[in-house]
Design a protein around this ligand. Structure first.
Ligand SMILES: [Zn+2]
Length: 232
């Protein structure tokens, strides 16, 4: 089923809201192209391209990658995809400047962003979700102390290795990430609001299946996604 143009949606929300996993599920269920800025930047970096080399310099120095470089890479990725079924941007735009540059690029091809899907949850829920994560350093399996604990305390079920907490998942780093979100990314919501872009706010303080179904229902109801046939 090909929709002319397809839905173009920006996924937004604070760290820990579940943007990545919700995007993946929505993309699978509705045949949308899911572009995660994290994945795309990592791939560009690994490609050894000129842009990738620039990216590497900033990342290796632990600096934020400038908006124009992020935007250039993301717009290139968008233009390389057949998004006739729809497009879901995840992790981008992260700043108002990125949103403006994206807008200019999409206006040229007359395919503006149609909706912002905003996942929202109380800050203590976000913090608990992230700080409770434990990872197996050997096989990469991800656990959570509350929702998906290993059978034996802090030992990987699959390979018996002692689980670790990633540096990014510690309480201090999570606070910094949430602060950065308030400062730099929340203004993007305001930017789209002023443009008159549809804003769909979904309560993300729920299991992922529920969050996906809430988001899908809302997007279907306003005609951005086509509802799938359901058993009666
Ligand atoms: Zn393991």
């Amino acid at each position: 089923m090909v929709r002319s143009g397809g839905a173009r949606i920006v996924m937004m929300g604070p760290p820990g809201a579940g943007k990545g996993s919700v995007s993946e599920r929505l993309a699978d269920n509705f045949g949308l192209v899911h572009l995660s800025s994290g994945d795309i930047l990592r791939a560009e970096r690994a490609s050894g391209s000129e842009l990738g080399e620039k990216l590497k310099k900033y990342m290796d120095a632990g600096e934020l990658v400038p908006d124009e470089i992020v935007t250039e890479i993301m717009i290139k990725a968008i233009s390389q995809q057949d998004s006739s079924n729809g497009l879901l941007l995840d992790g981008f735009p992260r700043t108002v400047q990125q949103a403006q540059r994206l807008g200019e690029a999409l206006d040229k091809i007359a395919l503006p962003i149609q909706a912002v899907l905003l996942l929202d949850a109380p800050e203590e829920v976000l913090i608990r979700r992230i700080t409770g994560r434990r990872i197996c350093p050997k096989c990469g399996r991800v656990y959570h102390v509350d929702t998906m604990p290993p059978v034996n305390d802090s030992i990987c079920d699959l390979c018996g290795t002692k689980l670790i907490q990633r540096d990014d998942d510690t309480e201090q780093v999570v606070h910094e990430r949430i602060c950065l979100y308030h400062q730099e990314t929340e203004p993007v919501i305001e930017y789209y609001h002023k443009l008159g872009t549809r804003m769909i706010k979904v309560d993300a303080d729920a299991p992922i299946d529920e969050v996906v179904s809430r988001a899908a229902d809302r997007l279907t109801r306003i005609g951005l996604l086509e509802s799938k046939e359901r058993p009666a």
